[in-house]
Design a protein. Structure first.
Lengths: 387, 358, 490, 312
């Protein structure tokens, strides 16, 4: 096949797509494109690009070594480039090595490794490829809102978090949910007994029976142990399914799924809401820069559009309230969101300790981006393993 | 011509399997000929695709060649999958801990893989020979143990610095990657190793006393003892050889393809090896072409969702239906001919029963 | 109940096992069925009992045509068959065996079945424990279990296919008494055997088969030589063993003990000289085979010494003993002796200790073809072992014996063989003596033991209860020794 | 308490599957396709229930799919004399791929689910009631199935015949049992139960359908059948034990984080260990001495498992 790397030398920023032909871009998904979670959110962002730019998406889902054993991530990227992709999105934390290799082999093709930190000069592991950028949403806000909704709703004072595998990102998100929940529990409900906040990790982004813990079982276990709100951190919707069943059986329980704005639809009446990624705007901007020939590899960590959390044109992360959230709590939640927006509420200010008692943020200290991104432990008050 | 009949036995089921796949595609509302064309183009349509196909071919051939040995010894070595994984783990260990020039690394990682796979085979063999645990169940169990071990290593001792991701370990140092030519991904070394293995197994089974004795052990353990064959030793040896070749496949998966240890390093190539050997009627001479066909489907199928909205599982369906039809058709033919069973070449499935009379 | 078979045909592939058989059995009689190996006797009986469906032919029972196309139908018509190897279920208890596929409702009533079982057993003086595991029964007891079951189900025609091959003399006496009692009650008995004296003892009429056809009927008594001539088409000479000068002491077993699951051998001692033939007698499972297997290194002894030509061999595996001149032939020819799926050529290659690593297949095929001719094996060099008949399997096994053996051990050398094959087997074995080979064999055929042995060891429950010179004893005495009578008297 | 209730609930699909496979293997047919047929029937069960909005039709579809796969194995073994392991293995792979291909349009959508229903009176029994009788209908059916299958196998006349067929088919035949017909029936029945197990996942325990929704659970079920020594009650206990291990994995994650992910694979080493113990001389000597223990410990596979029976 024609190999684009032979043209070499020219820096990525000079690649210009002819304006006559529509942009072709590749979208590499780690899970199924219809997972009602992480992968579907990316897939729909791709469709958004097609709509907005008349661009053409080449998509391949289930790109992981178990489900697609005979292609590696970099080979898939190469296939897409060979098919004419001028921009490739590699959309999982798992794709780090493939992304770096693909970027190295195709220095003129712009690529985005989502949720990664390779282009962050101040990050822990910057990589020297100027055609590989990163995009991530500031989901810590989404998780704080989700936590708040949980804290406002819980009757038993016990909230559970269905965690995937353990890394910086997932610790960051658990801590955010915990901070949001505690804030609302204490400040809006005036409770003084500390909130019970438990996390169990299943071991991977989604369930592989026999190897990961079974999220269905874990979610059931949460309910058995007395939790009445489950916050999901995994790619799929088991937490909502299980809570829905319990609710059907007459129990008062709720859940918050994750990643995808349509996730509540499976069981709206007990869904408190869903924090989701809206990759569209950032991806659109990148695609436009490729068309314009102005692409530069940057690390983006985009926050919500506080003026309208659910504006699909502008926000990087959002939160859709669910039918399970009572009207009172919904308005309290809006209050919390407004506080986050104007900065009057910032749960990520010290004093905060890690689980082992060591200091995370000293009294009055506001967390830096590095401190938030590279979260090393769960916080004091969260039950569950940190590593 | 001796090859005409087996060819005919394969051709009719191929047509049947194709018909089935076309039907499915029509049901899914896709153009079947475009899809089948894509399968071909995606697997052999360009040098890059062909090289990807060859990369898959190498490991399938190695696993299948090892299976010929264990099947000959009457063993349903379904644990081959675990042996591939064990080889991957051992090779990864070598690649991560030893430093050296490329040539040295090739030899050491392959040696490690041979040993790792061989030991995993030996484990199933020990359970079979000394614990009377049927190799089907022992092997399946050990496969899951090997997978657990992989996951454990990846999120535990071999995790990436600062990250506990199941995506895989850090890539190995470049010196332990199998060298490739230009931008193609296939390694000539790997292809040569696989070809040598299949030829060696062919001659071992056909022309040597070892092959004959192995067959005697496979057909009737008790008679074999009375022929003075060291029964246990042969059974264990078959497991070791089969496991070692599978382990070599595992090595090439990690040093020539993934370049790191991933949770499922085998990519189910061990399981595919079983299908290949079933299709080949347990004969070494058919392995290489059938494995190529399988590799082409595996690699070509990834183009289906890229180009049209067809799930890549279609490739697996095509493969599965094909093997099923070949088996069924063979059985039907044998029945019609009133001849002895085609599947006779397959070892009888008799789970090890406790000795004694009966 | 009278029975008539008309023009029965049954073929297996190209083999015409039954080719137009006509046979009449009168009510209340015992009818013998004779014939060489492969004559089609078992096939005919399986057709009669519904196990095999005939290709064509009629079965007439008490004047009525019946269609016994399944065992169920046959049992319904009162036809019951005792197979050569009793078809019982080993892991089940005796009572469950008794009940399996008995008529009745959904629920199993083991308690009342037990009562009925005990009644049947009492009638025929069988002593079977209903709750015992079937695995622990001897072949004779398994036969009794089957007979009890068939009678309980109302069998009026009883077929017995070589019922005496696996049982001892006292068990045989008991079986025959049972059969006579049944015949007196009006039952018809069909008795298949290779042993003329048994047929003479029991039957009123005999039918002789050869190559799928009936070659004649005879009213008993008929001289044995005439029956043999009908069976083989020519008279068969039984040559007596010529006495031979015994050589030096060869094998010495001292205080051998073996522990096995159902049996242990204690403190067994034996000296064998070159050219000597030792017969091992005893009920099935009394330790004869275990003893031979221990000497052959197939079972590891718990204690004791075994020396061959003065060299310690206890604990060595069989494959090493092969090299010092010990060989062992098992009773299960296809189960343990030959390898299904391998050709005769491949068998010869396997058995040749000097085969090089790379096999010369052309030379091997030539060698095998010569051996097939020399040993009168009916088959080709490329025939697979399982295609051979029982007698030819035995010929192949003997043809593969190594040259220059010191000690040959054999289980049931002529079990299931017709007289002609049996003679050939023994002529081969006896010729080995001349090179000083000692022979140890186990058999339940008392004539065989008496005719060919120098000495006979009688086993009972893992011990040698007596040792007799073959010339000093007779069938009667030996038979009762085997039943453990001696022990009881002591 | 609650945990035990959940344990029973989540183990229920496995209970159906292991009892089904036990019946099939008892008759001498090993259905190695279980991993695939469980998955395909989970898919079919969900899709049909969703499209028709009828749970009953969903379960029926699951049962039919499971039965068809099983009958294909029986057919190729009985009529075509093919090796059961070979055919079962191929069908495993084929069914997994088919489930993905055919189920792609119904991923992660809400469909009908089996609703909880407590048994009046029984649910009020202290301790036991809340664990066993505050479940759904499927769970109650599984209780009946386990005891029914056990009773049928070991306490009835046809049950003895079923065992005979898998133990020594030629002996069963000589007694007038129609061996191959029974093998079709029991394999089909076993397959249907596996299919109901699959549908129980998608309609009751892991509701909905997604890519490889029941991955590895079929293999686990196969291991449990062996662990259960080919006895329905013991097999069901194995299924509950597996669910218990999952619960334990969750509870132990905090104190023993490294162990948590290993626990779900324990059925496999456990199966191997069971087989080693079953066949050990040590156990044989023990049960020889105390025959009553045999019912508890023994677990020999049906002797004729995997073999072909020909009458002519
Ligand atoms: N009677 C039998 N039935 C079934 N399998 C058997 C039987 N005898 C032997 N085997 C099988 O053969 C294997 C080896 O048997 P055996 O112990 O006779 O070997 P060997 O050649 O004596 O080896 P070694 O000298 O190393 O002990 C056993 O593990 C068993 O699986
Ligand atoms: N199930 C079968 N399939 C194929 N051939 C068979 C089968 N059963 C018997 N035969 C063949 O039919 C012929 C008659 O066999 P049969 O067993 O009836 O002989 P027999 O008279 O009982 O011999 P023996 O005295 O050795 O028991 C033989 O050539 C035998 O090989
Ligand atoms: Mg016979
Ligand atoms: Mg040994």
């Amino acid at each position: 096949g024609e190999d684009t790397s032979e043209t070499t030398a020219a820096p990525a920023t000079t690649t210009t797509a002819s304006s006559a032909e529509p942009l072709k871009f590749g979208m590499i998904l780690v899970g199924p494109q219809n997972d009602r979670g992480w992968s579907q959110a990316h897939f729909e962002a791709g469709q958004y690009l097609e709509e907005q730019l008349g661009a053409e998406m080449i998509v391949l889902d289930k790109v992981n070594s178990a489900d697609l054993p005979d292609k590696t991530v970099d080979q898939v990227a190469q296939d897409m480039i060979n098919r004419g992709a001028q921009l490739v999105f590699l959309t999982s934390d798992d794709m780090r090595d493939g992304a770096l290799l693909a970027a190295e082999l195709n220095p003129t093709v712009p690529m985005i490794w989502s949720s990664g930190d390779s282009a962050w000069a101040e990050g822990e592991a910057p990589a020297p490829f100027d055609n590989l950028g990163n995009i991530m949403g500031r989901m810590e806000f989404g998780k704080m809102i989700a936590g708040c909704a949980a804290g406002l709703t819980t009757q038993t004072g016990s909230i559970a978090y269905l965690g995937p595998l353990i890394n910086d990102e997932t610790r960051r998100l658990v801590n955010s949910a915990f901070l949001g929940a505690s804030y609302c529990w204490e400040n809006y409900r005036g409770e003084t007994t500390p909130l019970e906040f438990t996390v169990n990790w299943i071991g991977f982004w989604f369930n592989i029976p026999g190897f990961t813990l079974d999220p269905t079982q874990v979610a059931n276990g949460f309910l058995d142990a007395g939790a009445d709100v489950i916050i999901s951190g995994i790619d799929t919707t088991e937490a909502l399914d299980v809570a829905g069943q319990a609710a059907d059986a007459g129990e008062s329980v709720w859940a918050l799924p994750y990643d995808f704005d349509g996730a509540c639809e499976l069981k709206p009446e007990i869904c408190l809401g869903v924090p989701y990624f809206n990759w569209g705007p950032a991806y659109l901007e990148v695609a436009q820069s490729v068309i314009d020939g102005t692409f530069t590899a940057t690390w983006q960590w985009n926050g919500p559009d506080w003026t309208d959390l659910n504006n699909k044109e502008t926000t990087a992360i959002g939160f859709v309230k669910g039918d399970g959230l009572s009207a009172d709590n919904a308005s309290t939640l809006d209050q919390f969101i407004a506080g986050l927006a104007d900065g009057s509420i910032n749960p990520l200010v010290g004093p905060l300790n890690y689980q082992d008692g060591s200091t995370y943020l000293a009294d009055g200290e506001t967390a830096t981006d590095q401190q938030i991104w590279y979260t090393k432990q769960l916080l004091e008050g969260v039950t569950g393993p940190s590593e | 011509m001796s090859w005409m009949r087996p060819l005919g036995r394969v051709l009719i089921p191929i047509v049947g399997a194709m018909a089935f796949a076309i039907l499915l595609l029509l049901l899914a509302g896709a153009n079947p000929f475009e899809a089948l064309g894509l399968l071909v183009e995606g697997s052999v349509g360009s040098a890059a695709n062909l090289s990807d196909t060859l990369t898959a071919w190498v490991t399938m051939v190695l696993a299948a060649a090892g299976l010929v040995v264990t099947f000959r010894a009457g063993l349903w070595n379904i644990g081959v999958e675990g042996q591939v994984i064990a080889g991957s783990i051992a090779a990864a260990f070598a690649a991560r801990t030893i430093e050296g020039p490329v040539a040295v690394m090739i030899i050491l990682t392959m040696l490690a893989g041979l040993i790792g796979g061989g030991l995993w085979g030996l484990l199933a063999g020990t359970l079979r020979v000394y614990g009377k645990v049927n190799e089907i169940f022992g092997g399946l169990g050990l496969t899951f143990v090997a997978t657990s071990l992989t996951t454990y290593l990846i999120i535990g001792p071999w995790k990436k610095a600062g990250v506990a991701s199941t995506g895989g370990t850090d890539p190995f140092p470049r010196d332990s990657w199998l060298p490739t030519i230009g931008t193609l991904r296939v390694s000539i070394v790997a292809v040569i190793v696989a070809a040598l293995a299949v030829v060696a197994v062919y001659f071992m089974m056909r022309g040597t006393r070892f092959g004959l004795r192995l067959k005697a052990v496979g057909q009737n353990l008790r008679s074999a003892v009375l022929f003075g064959i060291p029964n246990k030793r042969y059974l264990l040896l078959a497991f070791i050889i089969g496991g070692a070749l599978a382990g070599l496949a595992g090595t090439i998966r990690v040093t020539g393809f993934h370049h790191k240890l991933v949770p499922t390093p085998s990519g189910a190539h061990g399981y595919l090896g079983i299908l290949i050997v079933l299709l080949a009627g347990f004969q070494a001479k058919w392995i290489a072409p059938i494995a190529f066909f399988f590799a082409a489907i595996a690699v070509g199928a990834s183009q289906l969702p890229l180009q049209m909205e067809v799930d890549s599982s279609l490739g697996g369906i095509l493969r599965g239906v094909l093997v099923l039809f070949v088996l069924l058709f063979g059985g039907w033919q044998a029945r019609r001919a009133g001849a002895r069973l085609v599947a006779d070449a397959a070892p009888p499935v008799v789970p090890a029963t406790p000795g004694g009379e009966g | 109940m009278s029975l008539e078979l008309r023009d029965i045909h049954k073929h297996f592939g190209p083999v015409r096992a039954n080719d137009g058989i006509n046979l009449t059995v009168e009510a209340g009689t015992m009818h013998g069925l004779l014939g060489e190996n492969g004559a089609g006797k078992s096939t005919l009986m399986k057709v009669l009992s519904g196990f095999h469906a005939p290709d064509s032919g009629e079965i007439i029972l008490d004047g009525k045509h019946i269609r016994a196309s399944s065992p169920q139908d046959a049992i319904g018509h009162g036809i019951g068959m005792l197979h050569q190897d009793p078809l019982v279920f080993l892991p089940f208890s005796v009572i469950d065996n008794f009940l399996l596929q008995s008529p009745g409702g959904l629920r199993l009533d083991r308690r009342s079945a037990r009562r009925e079982f005990e009644e049947v057993c009492e009638r025929f003086q069988f002593s079977l424990d209903p709750s015992a595991s079937t695995r622990s029964l001897t072949v004779g007891e398994r036969q009794q279990l089957e007979i009890a079951r068939l009678l309980w189900l109302g069998a009026r025609v009883l077929i017995l296919d070589e019922p005496t091959t696996g049982i001892s003399a006292p068990q045989r006496v008991k079986l025959f008494a049972t059969l006579r009692a049944l015949a007196e009650e009006g039952m018809s008995v069909i008795f298949v055997s290779h042993k003329l004296e048994e047929v003479e003892e029991l039957c009123q009429r005999v039918t002789v088969m050869r190559q799928g056809k009936v070659v004649g009927h005879a009213e008993m008594p008929t001289p044995a030589s005439q029956l043999v001539e009908m069976m083989f088409g020519a008279p068969v000479e039984v040559e007596a063993a010529q006495p031979i000068e015994l050589g030096d002491p060869l094998l010495r077993v001292k205080d051998l003990s073996v522990e096995e699951r159902l049996l242990s051998i204690e403190a067994l001692s034996l000296d064998v000289r070159g050219g000597e033939v030792i017969g091992l007698a005893g009920l099935g499972g009394s330790g004869q085979n275990t003893f031979m297997r221990a000497v052959a290194g197939l079972v590891s002894p718990a204690g004791g010494e075994i020396t061959l030509d003065g060299k310690q061999i206890a604990g060595l595996p069989y494959r090493d003993l092969l090299d010092v001149g010990i060989q062992y032939l098992p009773a299960g020819r296809l189960e343990e002796g030959l390898v299904q799926g391998l050709s005769i050529t491949e068998h010869f290659v396997l058995s040749d200790p000097d085969t090089p690593f790379f096999v010369d297949w052309d030379a091997a095929a030539e060698h095998a073809a010569r051996a097939v001719t020399a040993n009168f094996i009916k088959g080709r060099a490329d025939s697979n072992a399982e295609e051979l008949s029982g007698g030819n399997m035995q010929r192949l096994l003997l043809a593969m014996l190594r040259p220059g053996l010191r000690l040959l051990m054999m289980e049931h050398p002529t079990r299931g063989l017709d007289i002609e094959s049996a003679n050939w087997v023994w002529s081969q074995l006896l010729s080995r003596r001349e090179d000083g080979t000692a022979i140890i064999f186990a058999s339940v055929d008392l004539d065989e033991l008496l005719r060919y042995s120098n000495r006979i060891l009688v086993f009972f429950s893992g011990r040698v209860i007596s040792e007799v010179n073959a010339s000093d004893t007779d069938v009667e005495e030996l038979g009762f020794l085997i039943g453990g009578k001696v022990r009881e008297q002591q | 308490m609650n945990e035990l209730n959940t344990l029973i609930f989540t183990a229920t699909p496995l209970v159906f599957a292991v009892v089904g496979e036990t019946i099939s293997e008892k008759a001498g047919v090993i259905n190695l396709s279980m991993e695939g047929s469980l998955m395909l029937s989970a898919m079919a069960g969900f899709v049909i229930a969703f499209e028709t909005n009828s749970l009953l039709l969903g379960f029926l579809a699951g049962a039919i799919v499971g039965m068809l796969v099983a009958l294909l194995i029986a057919f190729s073994s009985i009529r075509l004399k093919l090796n059961q392991v070979a055919v079962g293995f191929v069908l495993f792979q084929l069914c997994v791929d088919l489930s993905t291909f055919l189920g792609n349009g119904h991923v992660r959508i809400a469909g009908p689910t089996v609703q909880a229903w407590s048994i009046p009176l029984l649910k009020d029994i202290p301790v036991i009631g809340p664990i066993f009788f505050e479940q759904n209908l499927l769970v109650y059916v599984s209780y009946l199935l386990v005891f029914g299958a056990w009773w049928y196998m070991f306490r009835t006349r046809p049950g003895l015949g079923l065992q005979g067929v898998g133990e020594r088919p030629e002996a069963a035949h000589s007694r007038g049992i129609q061996v191959n017909r029974l093998r079709y029936i029991y394999t089909g029945l076993g397959g249907a139960l596996i299919g109901i197990g699959g549908a129980s996942y998608s309609l009751s325990v892991k509701i909905g359908w997604s890519f490889q929704h029941t991955r590895n659970l079929g293999w686990i079920a196969l291991a449990i059948v062996i662990f259960g020594g080919w006895q329905p009650i013991r097999a069901a206990m194995g299924a509950y034990l597996f669910a218990g291990l999952l619960t334990a994995a969750q509870l132990l994650q905090e104190p023993l984080p490294d162990l948590a992910q290993v626990l779900p694979t324990i059925p496999f080493p456990l199966m191997i260990l069971t087989l080693v113990v079953i066949y050990s001389d040590w156990l044989r000597r023990l049960t020889d001495r105390f025959p009553t223990l045999r019912a508890v410990f023994a677990g020999e596979p049906p002797t004729a498992i995997g073999t072909v029976f020909e009458t002519d």
